[in-house]
Each structure stands twice: as structure tokens, then as C-alpha cells.
Ligand binder design. Sequence first.
Ligand code: HEM
Length: 261
Amino acid sequence: MVVERRDKNNKVITEDEEEEERRGFDDENEIWWFSESIDKTATDVLTYYMTLDTTKYKHLKPRNDKFISDIILGFLIAGRDTTSSAPTWFFWLLSKNPEAMTKIRQEINKKMTKFNPADLDKLVYLHGAVCETLRLYPPVPFNHKSPAKPDVLPKFQIVISTYALGRMRSVRGDDAEDFKPERWISASGRLRHEPSYKFLAFNAGPRTCLGQKLTFLQMKTMAVEVIRNYDFKVVEGHKTETVPSVLLRMQHGLKVSVTRV
Ligand code: HEM
């Protein structure tokens, strides 16, 4: 996918991410947009960890069954409730913003007449809508950090509210509370690149979420199939409240009535 970002001097730079991936571009501190053509060298997670080159990673123990089962369990936990929380808020936000829903449907009908995963990266507006959902309702609403060993303060934890950060006017402007997929699209119609320290839904730095690309793949695939075929309305009187917990769930779920388009 071709995206636009700005350098330190605010100059627009256009990047072809597929080309960068081919060259082994390591974009540790920035969001990795889903941009895949199928990678023929790809392997499954289990095989990947079992065949790791241990000389490179001294803390990884791929020959140890517990290590492998912990890794796989981690993936299952990290990738399950997060990707079920996000669609709930996504469809709720679309029901509140029907014009965004119409734009997504138009984009799908124009750019993806037949489903092809390789074409998902053409759906820029839909991508922006997913980002807006994760900004306003991050499935992991806060993150905490603590030092590995005592530092200036003897023992402390820093809690970062990803939920609050996504809504701060000083960061996002006066329309911070509004759902605007356009926010993620540049004047030339491409995706705007954003530092992951600003868009913190997937965390940032070395412990960033390993499932980012998969999340966009899942969310966009599901959205294409649902929005292309169905219209939905939130049932009148249904209350939507957030449950304050490790995961940002919707109290009572989302009740909708569905009709075929
Ligand atoms: C909307 C979807 C998702 C969101 C918002 C999300 C968010 C996050 C966040 C905030 C972290 C950092 C947690 C921490 O620092 O304690 C994380 C870590 C992780 N995520 Fe996700 N995640 C999502 C989906 C997925 C999926 C689909 C997978 C894989 C199937 C996945 C795999 C992981 C793994 C393995 C880690 C641990 C990385 C590490 O510590 O090295 N995530 N995720």
C-alpha cells in the first residue's frame, strides 16, 4: 500500500510499503498498515517459534514445551477478545454515523466488486473507519509500564490511558470526540501514516502488538462482507455503556436489527 507521512520538517513523503518490506524495512515505531500481497515464505506461528534461530535470541527457548505453550496461549488470549470488542464498537459508531456507512458501502462497491483479500488495501476509507474505532474505543483501554529494576523512584507503575489519549483535544484537535474516518486520509486520497506513540491502540515500541496486520485483515474482511450485504439499526432504547475492565467491552452487547441491502 502506498501511504503518505511527514518528515521532521513537515515535508510529505510517499512510501511504497510493499517495496519497503521487500527491502527488509524495519518500522519499529510506526503503525504497520495491512498491505499484504501473499508472502510465499510465510509460515504458521507455531512452526515459526519452534524453528527460531536461538543464537539470535537468548531469552527464547523454542525447545521448551512450556515456552511454546505460553506463546500460543498468549496469542490466543491477545487475539480473541480484542478482535471481538472492536467490531461491536465499529458497528455502533457506523449506526451513529450513517453517512460514513454509505461512504464505506460506495467504496466497497466501487473498488471490490468481488472479494479478493489482495484488494483490501484499496479500501482506504474503510481503513480510516477502523482506525477511528480503535482511537475512540481502544479494545485495550489502558496500558501500564513499570521498571525492570529500581530506578529513581523505588517502585512505581505508570498507567497510560489509551482511551483518554485518543480523545485529547491537545492531540487530536477540537473535533477529537467526533468519528471522522477522513482524519486518516491525506489530501491526495492516501492513508496518513501516524506514529504509534500517538495512536496507541496497539501499544508502541518493542512490545507492540504482533497482531496489528491480522486485526486490519479481519476487521476489513468482516466489514466488507457485512456492509455489502446488510443494513442494520440499533434496537431502539438499547443502552450502550462501556465496561471498565482490561478490555473495553460493551455492557449488554450490541442489539441490532438486520435487513438485506
Ligand atoms: C483490535 C485488535 C487488537 C488490539 C487493540 C490489540 C492491542 C494490543 C496491545 C495494546 C498490546 C500490548 C499489551 C501490553 O503491552 O501489555 C498487544 C500485545 C499483543 N498482541 Fe494484540 N491487539 C489486537 C489484536 C491482536 C491479534 C489478532 C493478535 C494475534 C492473533 C494479537 C497478538 C498480540 C500479542 C502476541 C501481543 C504480545 C506482544 C509482546 O508482548 O511481545 N493481538 N496487543
